[in-house]
Design a protein around this ligand. Structure first.
Ligand code: FES
Length: 152
């Protein structure tokens, strides 16, 4: 593993990809969406139980690389209990971080997810890191959305 990849696959990313949190479909889910990454064909489904404007429960399923699984796992932990507006704002900060637009990207707000800052050096990996977030945004918008969203 090169040094760059060593930086990229930080311990926290590997740990979450091996044992993803909230890897399930909550029985109470009333919003859902499926996303896919056209570069590799990997898919990710997000399920949310919205209580008014609040994300009461959230889970995900799908197949993907270590980065996409870890990102989805950590995202579900981060947005659970947040409002729709807060979740959308976090996505904006995360997107700025992984695309290198804002390296500081309010790392305090993103907590452990700040480790994904390393993917900004690998454009193809940005799609892996944001797949779950794009799908989350779609799930928040619509109830039981049928069409898959893509990271494009
Ligand atoms: Fe498919 Fe990362 S390689 S989501």
């Amino acid at each position: 593993m090169t040094t760059e990849l060593g930086d990229l696959y930080q311990e926290v990313i590997l740990e979450h990809s091996k044992a993803p949190r909230n890897f399930r479909r909550p029985a109470s889910a009333n919003h859902e969406a499926e996303g896919y990454n056209p570069l590799c064909g990997d898919r990710c489904s997000i399920y949310i139980d919205m209580d008014g404007d609040k994300i009461n429960e959230i889970g995900f399923q799908g197949s993907g690389c270590a980065i996409s699984r870890a990102s989805a796992s950590m995202m579900t932990q981060m947005v659970k209990g947040k409002t729709k507006g807060e979740a959308v704002q976090l996505f904006e900060q995360f997107h700025n971080l992984v695309t290198g637009k804002d390296e500081a990207a309010k790392a305090d707000d993103l907590g452990k997810m700040a480790v994904f800052g390393g993917v900004s050096k690998f454009p193809a990996r940005v799609k892996c890191a944001t797949l779950a977030w794009h799908t989350l945004q779609s799930a928040l918008e619509d109830e039981k959305k049928q069409e898959a969203v893509s990271t494009e």
